[in-house]
Design a protein around this ligand. Structure first.
Ligand code: B12
Ligand code: SF4
Ligand code: SF4
Length: 341
């Protein structure tokens, strides 16, 4: 059922979530969610996922392999994170999950099964659900890692009103490391390669320092101390995954027809784009999360740090833009760049 939809079935889990929820609360209390205040909402659902479907008894957990085979952490010119080169997974994977759910409902006794599919579309601690299947583990980079398939996996869940019991799997010991079940052991590669120290505390990400946060979620200007890293990625960041030994020698996604070809687009075109360019090139991709002004801001910063030949022209347009974030980013360039001046 799952493989027909190009999905990987991870397992069946119960809905209890207490331990993870208390980790999540501590993370919020420490302010590690930066400006993502939406994470403070619907806490009751994150605590008791039955709030998302009152009749739910179990959850199926699935994954989608989006590995495009990027190598190394120093791309020649700024790129976008691999997941963002696919069509927006919130919609595409949810539709696939719904096809699986329809199939299950059809086969259920008296066709009475009720369900709900979630792919980053509900207030749910999705990595906890994946870890509960014990088909993988949560690494020091906070990613859910499947020991044989790596971490370039998007996650989804199907809540069901059927009680299917739970898969019996041995839990992974995060302190030990084994090729079969995983675990980080004494490895610290993601922590030492994260350029900004966002993973200084193992198993916890500080979004205030994470490039993925700044380039995707943050509205407004980006502090210049983070700008140098826009020479590698101008949307999202894959560094802490690319250095992980579990992502060596993993198979590439077999769904490359879902990939939007955006690599040829020059940074200048992104930095000065109008609404119709934005819709044609980026519509239907996860990059719309940053909105047009966020993407233009990111591309402008990437032009600055790579000394793009058309930088002066892009800065002139930013100064006259209707978007305040572009005007302010141009001002940051004039007053704070290069760093240390
Ligand atoms: C907010 C968010 C972000 C934020 C914060 C990320 C973070 N690490 O918290 C930012 C913008 C930085 C971000 C970045 C990315 N994200 Co994001 N993000 C989310 C989102 C919406 C919520 C995550 C959250 O609640 N974080 C708060 C922390 C405290 O929770 P947590 O990371 O889930 O950790 C919990 C578990 O790890 C658990 N736990 C810890 N140890 C153990 C051990 C056991 C045994 C158990 C059971 C549980 C457990 O406790 C923690 C607290 O509950 C989820 C979708 C979702 N609804 O879950 C996607 C999600 C985590 N993101 C995803 C992706 C792909 C990314 C990026 C790779 C995108 C990119 N290339 O730029 C990066 C990766 C950066 C990184 N190293 O995490 C995927 C991750 C898939 C995977 N294989 O893990 C998710 C699950 C979306 C999806 N449906 O696939 N993201
Ligand atoms: S996504 Fe990039 S900045 Fe964020 S923790 Fe990973 S390596 Fe660090
Ligand atoms: S790089 Fe090493 S420490 Fe980080 S998640 Fe992978 S195995 Fe764990």
């Amino acid at each position: 059922m799952f493989s027909d939809q190009g999905l990987i079935f991870l397992g069946i889990v119960g809905l209890e979530n207490r331990d993870s929820f208390s980790k999540f609360q501590d993370w919020l209390k420490d302010g590690k969610h930066a400006g993502m205040s939406y994470l403070e909402k619907y806490l009751e659902c994150r605590q008791d996922p039955r709030e998302l479907l009152a009749s739910a008894k179990t959850s199926l957990v699935f994954a989608f392999n989006y590995n495009l085979g990027d190598r190394g952490i120093s791309p020649i010119s700024p790129r976008v994170a691999q997941y963002a080169r696919f069509k927006d997974y919130h919609k595409t994977l949810r539709r696939r999950g719904e096809a699986v759910l329809a199939n299950i409902a059809q086969r259920s006794p008296n066709k009475e099964c009720v369900g709900r599919v979630m792919v980053d579309t509900a207030p749910l601690l999705e990595r906890s659900f994946a870890a509960k299947t014990h088909r993988g583990f949560i690494g020091k980079n906070t990613m859910f890692i499947h020991p044989q398939r790596g971490s370039f996996l998007l996650l989804g869940e199907i809540f069901l009103s059927l009680d299917l019991g739970c898969d019996e799997q041995n839990p992974v010991d995060p302190v030990k490391r084994s090729a079969e079940v995983g675990g980080c052991g004494s490895c610290t590669r993601c922590q030492s390669h994260c350029p900004t120290g966002a993973l200084d505390t193992a198993y916890q990400l500080d979004a205030n320092k994470c490039l993925s946060y700044w380039s995707i979620e943050h509205r407004g200007t980006i502090p210049t101390k983070f700008w140098p890293w826009f020479s590698k990625y101008y949307f999202g960041c894959d560094i802490c995954q690319l250095v992980c030994p579990y992502n060596r020698d993993i198979s590439e996604s077999d769904q490359k027809e879902q990939v939007r070809i955006i690599d040829h687009i020059d940074l200048y075109e992104v930095a000065v784009m109008d609404q119709s360019f934005y819709e044609v090139q980026f519509g239907g991709t996860p990059m719309t999360r940053a909105k047009i002004d966020g993407l233009r801001r990111n591309a402008l910063i990437a032009m600055v740090v790579t000394n793009h030949p058309r930088l002066d022209c892009a800065l002139r347009q930013a100064k006259n833009s209707k978007f305040s974030v572009l005007r302010d980013t141009a001002l940051q360039y004039e007053s704070d760049w290069p760093l240390g001046n």
